[in-house]
Design a protein around this ligand. Structure first.
Ligand code: ZN
Length: 131
């Protein structure tokens, strides 16, 4: 298997490294347990710099969504319409992603679960499907 390296070691690198393995991870504070997304070098709850990552359940609830009919990036040409969604993870943080699959059951608060889609360039993207 080809190992795909992140273009840099951005604060999101652990998130993308895990996604490449088909895992959804979330940053948490080792001092107080607070979870967050996007990641931060210091906890916004207790100001501890002791931040770590752990597997997320991959489950959440649909908070909002919008169907895009225009491709704002070349990579999305030919993929419209697609649905951008706001997911409240079970662990608490909000995550912007794409909703895939049949739209039946589409409603605020609908339970969703993560799925990983391999892109043309080999990168895995976490997306969500109505459960
Ligand atoms: Zn904390």
């Amino acid at each position: 298997m080809t190992q795909i390296q992140s273009p840099d070691r951005s604060p999101l690198a652990p998130f993308w490294d895990a996604a490449q393995e088909g895992r959804l991870v979330i940053q948490y504070c080792a001092a107080c347990g607070e979870t967050r997304f996007p990641p931060a070098p210091v906890c916004s709850n207790c100001l501890s710099p002791d931040q770590a990552w752990r597997d997320a359940s991959g489950r959440g609830k649909l908070e909002s969504w919008a169907e895009f009919h225009r491709a704002y990036w070349d990579r999305y040409k030919g993929k419209v319409p697609y649905t951008v969604c706001l997911i409240r993870l079970e662990e608490g943080p909000l995550l912007v992603s794409n909703l895939v699959g049949e739209p039946s059951g589409l409603a605020m608060g609908a339970p969703v679960h993560v799925v990983f889609e391999k892109q043309e360039d080999g990168h895995m993207l976490p997306k969500f499907r109505i459960s």
